[in-house]
Ligand binder design. Structure first.
Ligand code: URA
Length: 229
């Protein structure tokens, strides 16, 4: 793949586009052992050997990050009113990142962030049956046949019946819910339909991905495609 040198370096974590332009102009960057001072030089990501401060640059086209989303942050790329999950990611990861699917502003937990549109599309496609698991704290008491209701699918707005889900009752007021869809407020509405009110919602898994126990809210880790699919 052909890409501009400054874009590649910004994408690889050497700073913002402005930072890397400075590195290039100061002569810290080489392509195939030759110092290059033009930031718009095109490089071939498969063939060219690039160094910064004599260190080889390893270019990855796609970035995969798993963040523990805190409350108060939107699962969006930009908002005028609220901070977004992308505000928790250094800009050195480059442009083009977006959250895969949405969690409500008051939901915490596992949020995948990437610039891989194809993967996001696959993971969000209902035909892919990617399951999402939520740790749910609720008030009120759930109907006795809540497990069957979840298995049958629940009418969440008078016109949509969810696909079958699963609820594991841990203790009164605490359950684990697994669903394969992502309709607006889906878990909250499924619980409401069964007599409860969600007070805390945390996503703990998304397909193969699990939220690491030691990942603090607001922190992220880099992961690989193989961890996801
Ligand atoms: N279901 C909800 O109600 N909210 C979320 O954020 C995710 C699933």
């Amino acid at each position: 793949m052909q890409i501009r040198l400054d874009k590649l370096l910004a994408h690889t974590g050497y700073g913002s586009r402005k930072d890397v332009k400075t590195l290039i102009r100061k002569g810290y960057v080489t392509i195939n052992d030759v110092v290059v001072k033009n930031d718009d030089t095109k490089v071939d990501t498969e063939l060219d050997e690039i160094t910064v401060f004599d260190e080889n640059v390893h270019y990855e086209e796609f970035v995969y990050l798993l963040i523990n989303k805190p409350k108060g942050y939107l699962s969006a790329t930009f908002d005028t009113k609220y901070p977004t999950v992308l505000d928790l990611i250094p800009i050195s990861y480059g442009n083009g990142l977006f959250p895969v699917g949405r969690l409500d502003i008051d939901t915490t937990g596992l949020q995948l962030i990437t610039n891989d549109g194809k993967l996001a599309h696959e993971m969000l496609n209902p035909k892919s049956h990617v399951s999402k698991k939520y740790d749910v704290i609720y008030s009120g008491s759930l109907i006795p046949n809540v497990k069957e209701k979840f298995k049958e699918g629940i009418d969440i707005n008078g016109e949509y019946v969810t696909k079958p889900g699963n609820i594991e009752l841990l203790e009164p007021g605490h359950a684990i819910v697994t669903i394969e869809e992502g309709k607006f407020h889906q878990v909250k509405r499924m619980i409401k339909h069964c007599g409860g009110e969600v007070t805390e919602l945390k996503r703990i898994s998304f397909g193969k991905l699990e939220l690491p126990n030691d990942l603090e809210e607001g922190k992220y880790i880099e992961i690989k495609l193989a961890d996801i699919v």
